[in-house]
Each structure stands twice: as C-alpha cells, then as structure tokens.
Design a protein around this ligand. Structure first.
Ligand SMILES: NC(=O)c1ccc[n+]([C@@H]2O[C@H](COP(=O)([O-])OP(=O)(O)OC[C@H]3O[C@@H](n4cnc5c(N)ncnc54)[C@H](O)[C@@H]3O)[C@@H](O)[C@H]2O)c1
Length: 265
C-alpha cells in the first residue's frame, strides 16, 4: 500500500511486535508513515496470548475494534522457537496464532486501501514437505489439540517437528489463501528468514539440544541476519512496489536455501 495514495494514514495490524524481527518491522513501517496496531504478550496496543484459542479470539476482536473494521495491512511475526516446552505451544502460536488472525481479519482487509498481508514463515518451512508433514491433517481440520498431541508425543524431537511442521503449514496456508484473497484484491505473501539475531535465536542456540545444529546453520554469506534486513523486505511486500506479488514466499536467508536445496524452488 502507498502512504501517498490515500487521505488517511494506512493502518496495519501486526503480531509479535515487541522484539526481534517484529520490533524492527514495526519501526520500519512507522518510519514509512503507517499506523501500527500491535498484538503481543507485552509492549503492544493489544495484549493477547496467541497460544490459546481464547487469546486468538480476543486478539481478532480487539484488532477489529481498533481499526473500525477497515484495515490496509497485516503483518504476522509472532512465533516461538524450537526450545520452547511443551512443544505443542510452538504449533499453537506459529500456526494457529497466525492462521486465525489471517482469517479473522480478512473481512477488514477487503475494505482497505491497496491491502496486503505478510506472514513470517521460515526457511525451515521447506525442511518438512507438506506430503510428509505429520501435522497436515490437524492443520486441515483446524484441530489445535490434535497438533499439540502429535508434537508433545514426539519426545526430544518435538521442538524440531513443531517448528518445521508449523512453518510448513503456515506457508501452505498462505499459498492457499493467496489464491482466494487475490481475487478479492488482497495480496498475501510470506517471508522465510534464515538465522537472524533475535532473542528467539539466542534462546534456541543456548539449548544443548539445538546448539550444534544452529551453530552449523550458516549461509554462504557467512553471517547471521540483522532483524532490519527482514523488515526491509516486509516493507517492500507491503508497498505498492510489490503490487503484482501475491502467493510468493521470499527467502531472506543469505543463500542457505539455495545451498541446501539447489534443485528445489
Ligand atoms: N530469528 C530467526 O533466526 C528466525 C528464523 C526464521 C523465522 N523466524 C520467525 O520470525 C518470527 C519472529 O521471531 P524473532 O526471531 O524475531 O523472535 P522474537 O522472540 O524476538 O519475537 C517473537 C515475538 O512473538 C511474540 N510472541 C511469542 N509468543 C507469543 C504469544 N503466545 N502471543 C503473542 N505474541 C507472542 C514475542 O513476545 C515477540 O514479540 C517468528 O515467527 C519466527 O519463527 C525467526
């Protein structure tokens, strides 16, 4: 959306704006002239816990009230890393906490000016293909309890399964919705970050179960990303410069996806 193509300030709802990629994205959106209504467990206009069905419902209702039913943009950054226990909570926030906001706020986006939405997925979304994703049936049926039970029953692997499975499901949800949303004039895309210096990455890297794999997860560029390097791509996708981009997942990963899967894209 363009901040110059309308009389009023474009309004964007964001989840996960308190820290990391979300905080950097909020800063970039506000610097570009957007009004941001944040949803988070702290430091936000709307305080809501997206790990529960009640919290997600409360977040949607409060966001609709705050924007008066008219929304120009939606950016969903809230997420939990592999280290969180129980692992079921990772699925609840990363998948259901995003998809239920997408669906709940779509009617308001349809009323907006050049509306667009971006979800923050992950390069991990490609590590567990949909056809092999044990959480796919739970996602298709909207069954949070079923998804939680699967990952909580996976023992030490639960964190990895919950993270890769939820991000794979989220990208698929974005792709499927973009077909429907595009017909209504609302663009929907995802950003797939690689390793980015945030509290989430630091906490996962300090967990002995994941420390080695995170240390080895270095892209060809040889460094981790700064959150501002994610924010600038989100800003592009939310702008009229991306007016023909819909249903796309953009890897912002220093080339690690190309390194790991050169023949798959
Ligand atoms: N940092 C990375 O290396 C990396 C890589 C790929 C994808 N991602 C994704 O980027 C997104 C942002 O993560 P980040 O790295 O900036 O981490 P972060 O921990 O700094 O930010 C996560 C945000 O989500 C919020 N949040 C967590 N649980 C919540 C809940 N139950 N309800 C509402 N809000 C909640 C947090 O308060 C925080 O503001 C996540 O979706 C994450 O999966 C991060």
């Amino acid at each position: 959306m363009s901040s110059t193509s309308r009389n009023t300030t474009p309004t964007i709802v964001m989840s996960g704006c308190a820290t990391g990629i979300g905080a950097a994205t909020r800063k970039a959106l506000e610097a570009a002239g957007h009004k941001v209504i944040g949803i988070d467990v702290r430091d936000a206009e709307i305080i809501a816990d997206l790990s529960t069905a009640e919290g997600r419902k409360q977040a949607v209702e409060a966001a609709l009230a705050a924007c008066g039913g008219v929304l120009d943009g939606l950016v969903l950054c809230a997420g939990l890393g592999t280290h969180i226990r129980p692992a079921g909570k990772i699925v609840s926030v990363n998948y259901f906490g995003a998809v239920e906001l997408l669906d709940g706020l779509f009617p308001a986006l349809k009323q907006g000016q050049s509306p667009a939405a971006v979800v923050i997925s992950s390069v991990a979304s490609a590590h567990l293909p949909w056809e092999k994703n044990p959480l796919a049936a739970a996602f298709e049926s909207g069954n949070d309890a079923m998804a939680q039970a699967i990952v909580d029953g996976a023992g030490e692997q639960g964190g990895n399964l919950a993270y890769a499975g939820s991000k794979n499901g989220l990208t698929v949800a974005m792709r499927k919705r973009s077909v429907i949303w595009g017909k209504e004039g609302v663009r929907l895309n995802s950003v797939a970050p690689g390793a980015t210096e945030t509290p989430l990455l630091q906490a996962s890297a300090q967990d002995p179960r994941f420390a080695k794999s995170i240390a080895e997860f270095l892209p060809p560029m040889g460094r981790r990303a700064d959150p501002a390097e994610m924010a600038s791509v989100v800003l592009f996708l939310m702008s009229d410069a991306a007016s023909y981009v819909n249903g796309a997942q953009i890897c912002v990963d220093g080339g690690i996806d190309a390194q790991m899967r050169p023949t798959l894209f």
